[in-house]
Design a protein around this ligand. Structure first.
Ligand SMILES: Nc1ncnc2c1ncn2[C@@H]1O[C@H](COP(=O)(O)OP(=O)(O)O)[C@@H](O)[C@H]1O
Ligand SMILES: [Mg+2]
Length: 364
């Protein structure tokens, strides 16, 4: 789903601009503070209605401007063009349009424009809280399993109701039973979806990782959020007293995690920072492959920020080759365009952009 045309207005320091990116490799070069990350941020906003740099969009709006707008024309698998636009005002109002129609759910943006981000914070996927790994896993499940979102919403609703009853305290077991039923049903489906996805993710991840780095004994496994030998209903029964005491539900898919271990130890405790980054890159590229191989044959867009400063030349080139082999659209930033000029096959379509003081010019 490459972006054919991208217009950005009042995002950070960027001057209003319309770009015609290559459907494959786009290299964005420029000195520190010129606006490279801001351009990647604009694409991210188009696909997810949020930034990757701040939780709120307010700081993204250019100083002294009332609103920021990102507009894109995306080529769908059918060959048709889809126009997507998002405007965010200082009053926190959003306007999202797809093909001229106002839409409310950001899931529709995400569905049209699947994005993967690789940036200096990416290693946090391994180091950070389980929530980040669940989000990673669910990104994949969401894009390949149509029913996932509805199931996820059912889970959230039943959990919210159950937890609010638990917080009241002094309730009978029977008071939460109706929600338990709903919770168990949604949880089992979500767990099935996740397990099915993981079965495909594991070999894809191992294959990609093997092309980047030799990490003997690294294993990827899935923890579903409750005892793998027991039904969730039983677990909820036996944990009720404790749930009541702490005021929330301890077990369920909301506690799921992905585990990366090496020779029985936590991968983050063993691997160097650089190795962790490569593992994260392999996880993300593997998802790109699965999306392509899924029944829907979607291509995701890779946003790769500051790659050269993160990896040595050999691994940087290996990563570029993997991205190239995915045959999807890539936006990759670097300070000096020469750092990435020899990382690609001669005939891969490539467009170069240079940024200075927020002004973006296509140079090749
Ligand atoms: N809301 C804003 N309005 C105007 N300029 C901003 C805003 N937020 C950040 N900036 C500026 O935008 C510039 C570009 O930042 P960035 O895209 O991170 O640069 P690069 O990735 O090229 O190093 C920085 O100089 C920063 O001070
Ligand atoms: Mg930057």
């Amino acid at each position: 789903m490459p972006i054919k045309r991208l217009s950005v207005t009042a995002v950070r320091n960027l001057h209003p601009v319309t770009l015609y990116p290559s459907p494959r490799i786009n290299i964005i070069s420029g000195p520190n503070g010129s606006g490279k990350t801001s351009l990647l941020e604009a694409v991210h906003i188009l696909g997810l209605a949020r930034s990757f740099r701040s939780t709120r969009l307010q700081p993204v709006i250019q100083h002294e401007q009332e609103a920021c707008t990102v507009f894109g024309e995306v080529i769908l698998n059918s060959g048709q063009l889809c126009s997507m636009g998002i405007t965010r005002t200082r009053q926190a109002e959003y306007q999202i349009r797809i093909n001229g129609q106002a839409v409310r759910a950001t899931a529709e943006l995400a569905e049209t424009l699947p994005l993967q981000l690789i940036n200096p914070d990416s290693f946090r996927l391994l180091e950070g809280a389980p929530k980040q790994r669940r989000q990673y896993l669910d990104w994949g499940v969401f894009h390949v399993e149509h029913q996932f979102l509805a199931m996820w919403q059912r889970l959230q609703k039943s959990l919210k109701q159950r937890n609010s009853l638990l917080r009241r305290g002094r309730i009978e077991r029977s008071a939460v039973m109706p929600w338990d039923l709903e919770l168990v049903q949604a949880s089992e489906r979500i767990d099935d979806f996740r397990q099915a996805y993981l079965l495909r993710l594991k070999p894809a991840f191992e294959r990609v990782l093997g092309q980047l780095i030799d990490l003997d004994g690294l294993t990827l496994s899935y923890y579903r959020g409750w005892d793998k030998e027991r039904a969730l209903g039983d677990v909820l029964d036996s944990q009720f007293a404790r749930d009541l005491q702490i005021g929330h539900t301890q077990s369920g898919p909301q506690r799921a995690d992905l585990r990366l271990r090496i020779k029985g130890l936590n991968a983050v405790d063993v691997l160097s920072r650089g190795q962790q980054k490569l593992v994260v890159c392999a996880l993300k590229i593997a998802q790109g492959h699965l999306l392509k191989e899924s029944g829907r044959h979607l291509d995701c867009i890779f946003l790769v920020d500051d790659l050269p400063s993160e990896l040595d030349a050999q691994h940087r080139d290996a990563l570029c080759t993997l991205l190239e082999n995915l045959e999807c659209q890539v936006f990759i930033s670097c300070v000096d365009a020469h750092q990435l000029s020899n990382s690609w096959q001669q005939d891969t379509p490539r467009t170069m952009f240079h940024v200075e003081h927020g002004r973006i010019v296509q140079t090749e």
